[in-house]
Design a protein around this ligand. Structure first.
Ligand SMILES: Nc1ncnc2c1ncn2[C@@H]1O[C@H](COP(=O)(O)OP(=O)(O)OP(=O)(O)O)[C@@H](O)[C@H]1O
Length: 271
């Protein structure tokens, strides 16, 4: 262990259990010669909230897309602990930075999409659509169109859509980066509740130290490109993550510690 404070543990490396998905020496060099990731190894524990925190361009989205199976790594591999099924897409929900809603379709029709792609009629999907909208507090807007919604509401719909298949793993790529601070805080709180309610595992990409400390059980700090994990920080705070936590001395201390790690990440050896 490299360092320890009340509520924070910096660990090298940390192996949680039971593992849901593991990245083993994963690297990615794109066709244009850009190496986005080098030698990334990390286990994602069932039920944990893991943030990938790093500077812009360090390969966070690339790592997420590799976990999702949207792109293949050029080195190493991704393994799912308890499944030999080659296609894990049905176990994954993906939330992008933009809500990416279909503008011509209602909120309910947007949330129906993943079920529709699996052959469910709107009638068959009705209960699941209603449940998913209720989870994100959007039941009253089922018939609205995206242009009638605020940015935060669109993101709620995008999260509802990602949850319709009740994924084991929710992958979120800077979902709140474009939102104003108050909306972001509210969605952070609601995401905490959702995660507790559904018990799903979350991998969350962000370059916000504050957001990562507020939300995570563990933060993987990445260095600039080619991205690799240089530190893993475990947030030991087990109480509610709420306004009291956000305004506490502990939270301020944790943010300071993680900021320092991030600032020094380029000089650190990969884990
Ligand atoms: N399809 C692609 N082809 C070529 N290069 C790519 C491709 N996708 C990403 N890259 C490059 O890989 C590097 C990592 O990109 P990535 O989007 O994963 O970083 P990031 O950490 O998520 O960045 P940000 O925080 O700004 O979203 C960048 O230099 C980017 O230009």
């Amino acid at each position: 262990m490299a360092a320890s404070h009340a509520g924070l543990q910096i660990v090298t490396p940390f192996t949680p259990s039971p593992i849901l998905v593991a990245l083993d020496s994963v690297g990615k060099t794109f066709a244009n010669g850009v190496t986005a990731l080098a030698n990334v190894s990390i286990g994602i524990a069932s039920g944990e909230f893991l943030s990938l925190l790093g500077p812009s361009g360090c390969g966070k989205s690339t790592a997420l897309r590799i976990i999702a199976g949207l792109i293949e790594p050029t080195a190493g591999r991704v393994t799912w602990a308890d499944s030999t099924d080659a296609d894990h897409r049905s176990q994954i929900g993906f939330v992008f930075q933009e809500p990416t809603l279909m503008p011509w379709a209602t909120v309910a029709e947007n949330v129906w999409l993943p079920l529709r792609l699996r052959g469910l009629t709107k009638r068959d999907a009705r209960d699941r659509i209603a449940e998913s909208l209720a989870l994100v507090g959007m039941s009253d807007f089922a018939r609205a169109y995206p242009h009638e919604l605020s940015g935060g509401m669109k993101m709620r719909v995008s999260i509802a859509r990602a949850l319709t298949l009740r994924p084991r793993l929710l992958l979120m790529d800077e979902p709140f980066a474009a939102l104003d601070e108050l909306t972001r805080f509210r969605l952070n709180d609601d995401l905490q509740k959702l995660r507790r309610q559904l018990g799903c595992t979350v991998v969350f990409v962000t370059h916000s130290v504050f957001e990562s400390v507020y939300l995570s059980d563990r933060i993987a700090v990445m260095s600039a490109r080619p991205g690799c994990i240089v530190a893993e920080v475990r947030i030991e705070e087990t109480g509610d993550r709420d306004v009291n936590f956000r305004t506490s001395a502990l939270y301020a201390q944790l943010c300071r510690d993680v900021s320092r790690l991030l600032a020094g990440s380029d000089a650190m050896e990969p884990l």
